[in-house]
Design a protein around this ligand. Structure first.
Ligand SMILES: Cc1cc2nc3c(=O)[nH]c(=O)nc-3n(C[C@H](O)[C@H](O)[C@H](O)COP(=O)(O)O)c2cc1C
Length: 312
């Protein structure tokens, strides 16, 4: 039997498997831990944490759509202090590899969060969710503004020092994704997470008004997978040495392989885990057998294979 090296690296950090949770879709892992040991996946990406307690957006906050779902949960959560007191010790005890996702409303808030994380041990990387409204600039989402994106990552990099890998999570809702990606890499990001949800809206035909309390929401699930594949392919093509954590509609080993062939070094699973809490271990098994069936001996050999012209 062919042996397979299933490990991957993001920045200077090694992970035994290329499969992760997607931020916001498994909170801090307690629910999933009832179904499988968290240490068996590549790592857990925690829900984006902000500096203070947040109530979330008005209801309804979910709508089903063909091949996907629309959510406007907002960044509801307990705030960084409660997260550090409860969730990090829990995940460390589970021997899970932890990627902490942070979010802010100002450049300064991101730096404050980075300062609090700087001395915490047991963290593998920080994912910086910049798909948040910038209160200092008319609510324009950071990730849609090249200069604001760059300033956030620059602030986090300066605060955190050179040790922890920084992964900047980008929005696909921009005209030129590659220029945003270049900007955050120049500002100090070691890797990129692609993609956050796609902005959408559902109108309720009973009320004839927007269904979601927050009017617009983020589209996720299989409907957005081709958008994710395109985003990963374009960015990997422009910056082949920058590791990408890919996500968007992954529900099977085939889907995960598609993102890896486009250029992802690892794959996060979000919406699929809501319907099937065992989705991640199943996707890992399917991906491993598919890689072997295609003749790969390591995940690394498959990363970006779709770009090769020599057929090797
Ligand atoms: C209910 C829900 C909550 C989410 N919360 C966050 C979050 O807190 N931070 C973040 O960066 N992305 C968040 N996302 C986006 C996901 O991490 C992921 O980028 C997106 O859903 C695409 O992956 P999927 O199709 O596998 O769900 C959320 C998505 C959903 C569906």
């Amino acid at each position: 039997m062919t042996s397979l090296d299933f490990s991957t690296t993001i920045g200077n950090t090694w992970f035994p498997a290329p499969t992760f949770t997607a931020s916001g879709c498994a909170s801090s892992g307690r629910e999933l831990a009832q179904f499988f040991p968290l240490r068996e996946m590549g790592g857990i990406v925690t829900k984006s944490v902000m500096s203070k307690v947040r109530p979330g957006r008005p209801t309804p906050r979910m709508a089903e759509t063909p091949s996907g779902m629309l959510n406007s949960i907002g960044l509801q959560g307990p705030g960084i202090d409660a997260f550090l007191a409860k969730d990090i010790p829990y995940l460390t005890e589970q021997k899970a590899r932890i990627i902490v996702s942070i979010a802010g409303e100002t450049v300064e808030e991101y730096s404050t969060l980075a300062r609090k994380l700087r001395s915490v041990s047991g963290i593998s990387a920080i994912e910086v969710n910049i798909s948040c409204p910038n209160v200092e600039n008319r609510g324009l989402v950071f990730a849609c503004d090249p200069e604001a994106s760059r300033r956030v990552i620059d602030g986090v990099r300066r605060t955190i020092g050179g040790e922890l890998p920084i992964i900047a999570k980008l929005s696909p809702d921009v005209t030129d994704l590659v220029s945003i990606a270049r900007g955050v890499v120049d500002a100090g990001a070691d890797g990129l997470a692609l993609i956050n949800t796609v902005l959408g809206m559902v109108i309720n035909l009973e009320t004839m008004k927007p269904h979601l309390g927050g009017k617009t929401g983020g589209l996720s699930g299989p409907a957005i997978r081709p958008v994710a594949v395109r985003a990963i392919y374009q960015v990997h093509s422009a910056m082949p040495n920058i590791p990408i954590l890919g996500m968007g509609g992954v529900a099977s080993g085939r889907d995960a392989l598609e993102l890896i062939l486009a250029g992802a070094s690892g794959v996060s699973v979000g919406t699929a885990s809501f319907g099937d809490p065992m989705a991640i271990p199943r996707i890992q098994r399917e991906l491993a057998s598919l890689l072997v069936a295609k003749g790969f001996t390591s995940v690394k050999d498959a990363i970006g294979y779709a770009h090769r012209e020599d057929g090797k």
